[in-house]
Design a binder for this molecule. Structure first.
Ligand SMILES: [Zn+2]
Length: 333
């Protein structure tokens, strides 16, 4: 993080988020193009489950993307700032390196220090403790790692447009909502979130159709991401809401994101499909990072174009001019 911050200091800054249970500081990186304009936020976190080592590797790789020269990144940085937390479960992650490779949870001590760890994915304050097979803490947000993220996001909830959370394994892009049939079940809850309507992005008033189109945009973006991901190395991913494509689980993180009204929420389950599982082979790391970066970029770009159509036009016309200049220069030479 330090190296990236130093080498891209005009765009990347490092910020303190909170402390882990074992008193390790948590930092996130903010990628932001200086501007007076109010921007929306993309939040991305990795390393929630300790043993999923490919996840922090991806966040690290994503941070190395060339923010300065890539025209796509430059175009969406006009409207968006990216916040990246490369390892949420730092204590567990270190424990998986030093002691138990397949450790999943945090390292908080319970029952007089005889029992360790909370699943940080189900410790949020949204349907907490319902239907989970792993230990979700002594109460909602009982863990400092959860509290730090929840407080940070809640303070900025009207600005958070995307929440991306990276796991392994299974090769899925999981969405918060599905198409129309799935929408009905959560539609009324969403309407209640009047203070944070996704359509405010477009300056429109909240109305029902807005949610419908927004839900479809979310799935469409994920489907486009699945296609571009496959083009990279031929890897097949499945897209859909967790309850339909995976299993009916209780992720209080997802319910919480839904509850506070985050418009775009995606969970990635990276390679593979079980052959090596959490112990992914080293030669899989780079291609996994490459294809996931492509997918994440596709989602960001797609939604950016849908929700900030003016900037997309500006970029397109800029590219057109550039193309004409190149053509003109070539004709002359
Ligand atoms: Zn996981």
């Amino acid at each position: 993080m330090y190296q990236i911050k130093e080498s891209s200091s005009e765009l990347v800054t490092q910020h303190y988020l909170g402390m882990t249970y074992e008193s390790r500081p948590m930092y996130y990186l903010k990628v932001s193009q200086p501007s007076n304009k109010a921007k929306k936020i993309i939040w991305m976190d990795c390393g929630i489950h300790a043993r999923e080592w490919i996840s922090p590797a991806f966040c690290q790789s994503f941070m190395k993307e060339n923010y300065k020269t890539d025209p796509k990144i430059k175009s969406f940085l006009q409207n968006l700032d990216i916040y990246i937390l490369p390892v949420r479960n730092i204590d567990g992650y270190i424990y998986s390196w030093t002691t138990e490779r397949l450790w999943k949870k945090s390292r908080s001590a319970l029952v007089n220090g005889t029992c360790f760890g909370t699943d940080l994915n189900c410790n949020f304050n949204g349907s907490w403790g319902s239907n989970s097979l792993t230990f979700c803490g002594t109460g909602p947000e009982s863990e400092p790692e959860t509290k730090a993220v929840a407080r940070f996001i809640e303070k900025r909830k009207s600005d958070v447009l995307y929440f991306l959370t990276i796991h392994s394994y299974g090769q899925y892009i999981l969405t918060l909502y599905g198409y129309k049939t799935d929408l009905a079940s959560n539609h009324q809850d969403l309407v209640r979130q009047r203070n944070h309507a996704p359509c405010q992005c477009k300056g429109l008033r909240l109305h029902e159709l807005c949610f419908l189109s927004f839900s479809n945009v979310q799935v469409e973006a994920a489907e486009k991401a699945e296609v571009t991901l496959k083009e990279k190395h031929g890897t097949n991913f499945t897209v859909g809401p967790t309850s339909l494509v995976l299993y009916k689980n209780s992720s209080s993180l997802r319910d919480w994101a839904h509850m506070i009204g985050i418009p775009f929420f995606y969970t990635f389950e990276l390679r593979d499909k079980g052959a090596y599982g959490f112990i992914l082979l080293p030669d899989q790391i780079q291609p996994t990072c490459d294809e996931t970066t492509t997918a994440v970029m596709t989602i960001i770009e797609y939604v950016n174009q849908k929700y900030f159509p003016n900037s997309a036009v500006a970029v397109t016309s800029g590219s057109l001019w550039l193309w004409l200049i190149v053509l003109f220069t070539r004709t002359l030479s």
